[in-house]
Design a protein around this ligand. Structure first.
Ligand code: FCB
Length: 440
């Protein structure tokens, strides 16, 4: 299929990473520890017992990595700032050396004509704030507002976009709900309260960044999926409806409608969050864009044992069902339920068991995956969804959280022993694809 006709000329093509997953340099130049440094210190938490001390050593190799990004011919690079690099304790003094790193990174990207899309929080809370109660402590939201203000004040005029959070669903549910992610808490009630404080912190950060009066577009990045009942049974349909309410509407409704979805509040029962009088006013700030990360759908089966997704197109190395049609289904549904701002697909991609053979990495599966999702994205746009850009996850193989380095999401292979970068076939394909878009 010729996709070259399907995307507007000003569509933003990009690649994405996050700080903890690539930077390494976990204690360099005054950086404070984050909850992920602490979490990794217990090797039982990470499947391959690894940590983020070195990762892709991007902190020291950023020039090489920016050259790689530029060689792909993409318009934009989505990366995150490590809060504890620029404010070691998450409150109090700023660390100029930390800010200098992002200053150099942004300038190096700009010199190559690559726009910066920054995420303020991609899961690496300063440990100093965790010691004060982390996201369960309402004050953390205020600290986040201060951090957002400082970043917008310093960099706002040189950034195309600033997202407050990446996937707050994960921070709340994997960090506090089932202990898979830092800080490793398993407590359903805490997870719900944390989700509220994350939304509150988003609102406070939006207000603070608007006050800093910069030119960057401001928004948030959510991981989203459709919730499909496995069968037509009433139980499966009810389960799917509740899943949509708890996962998608839970984060969308406060931002766009100033309330939590009734169905989910009722289901949370005694675990429903404590909400102060003005909170929804703060959370419901207009956003310039919504970032949507799409990897798979949710397949809802109330049977015991539950039915598993059919996976007609297979599963990735994460075990995630390959389901491109879920992307337009999701976007069209969101567009019907909410008055959406422009959308960016801020993450999409797959883990694949890649290896280097004769200096090349033949990851045809990833090329097929991206192609199918871009075709699917075009369907959503044809149906009236205002999508402005697509960021492939990820530029580099990197530290895949509790999976460690075992799962490879990059379009560039990283040999962790030597830090050698090898563009995979998918990188060459993406370069050609983006170039073809320009030739139209
Ligand atoms: C998303 C995360 C990102 C990466 C991908 C595979 O949930 O935002 O950091 O781990 O999944």
């Amino acid at each position: 299929m010729n996709q070259a006709k399907q995307f507007p000329a000003d569509f933003t093509w990009g690649v994405a990473t996050s700080a903890f997953q690539i930077e390494g340099a976990s204690a360099d130049d005054g950086k404070g520890p984050s909850i992920w440094d602490t979490f990794c210190a217990n090797p039982l938490n990470i499947k391959d017992h690894s940590d983020g001390t070195v990762a892709c050593d991007h902190y020291h190799r950023y020039r090489e990595d920016v050259a790689l990004i530029a060689s792909l011919g993409v318009d934009a690079y989505r990366f995150s700032m490590a809060w504890s690099r620029v404010q070691p304790a998450g409150k109090g003094a700023w660390n100029e050396k930390g800010f200098d790193f992002y200053d150099r990174l942004i300038d190096t990207l700009a010199a190559k004509g690559v726009a910066s899309h920054v995420t303020l929080y991609h899961w690496d809370l300063p440990q100093g704030l965790q010691d004060d109660g982390g996201w369960l402590n309402r004050d953390t939201a205020a600290r986040f507002g201060e951090y957002a203000h400082e970043v917008a004040r310093r960099f706002g005029d040189r950034l195309d976009a600033i997202a407050t959070h990446n996937e707050p669903w994960c921070t709340a549910n994997l960090g506090y709900g089932n202990a898979q992610f830092a800080p490793g808490v398993a407590d359903a009630k805490q997870a719900v309260q944390v989700s509220h404080h994350l939304l509150l912190s988003h609102g406070l950060a939006m207000q603070a960044m608007r006050a800093a009066n910069n030119k960057a577009q401001l928004g948030i990045v959510l991981n989203q999926w459709t919730a499909d009942p496995a069968t037509d049974s009433e139980a499966d349909r009810a389960m799917a409806e509740l899943e949509w309410a708890k996962s998608v509407q839970w984060f969308m409704d406060p931002i766009f409608k100033g309330r939590y979805p009734e169905l989910a509040v009722r289901a949370h029962g005694a675990n429903a969050p404590v909400v102060h009088d003005n909170d929804f006013k703060i959370i419901q700030q207009p956003i310039d864009f919504l970032g949507c990360n799409y990897y798979f759908r949710s397949y809802c089966s109330a049977e015991d044992p539950p039915r598993t997704p059919p996976g007609k197109l297979g599963f990735t190395d994460m075990g995630w069902e390959i389901y491109p049609q879920g992307l337009p289904e999701l976007l069209v549904k969101l567009n019907a339920e909410y008055a959406l701002p422009p959308i960016y697909i801020t993450e999409n991609g797959m883990a694949n068991p890649d290896s280097v053979t004769g200096g090349a990495v033949h990851d045809q599966a990833r090329i097929d995956f991206v192609k199918m999702h871009l075709d699917a994205l075009a369907v959503a746009m044809d149906q009236g969804v205002d999508v402005r850009g697509y960021f492939l996850w990820s530029l580099l193989d990197n530290f895949e959280w509790n999976s460690g380095y075992a799962k490879r999401f990059g379009i560039v292979h990283v040999d962790y022993a030597t830090q050698k970068r090898t563009p995979k076939d998918s990188a060459h394909w993406y370069r050609e694809f983006v170039a073809a878009q320009r030739r139209r």
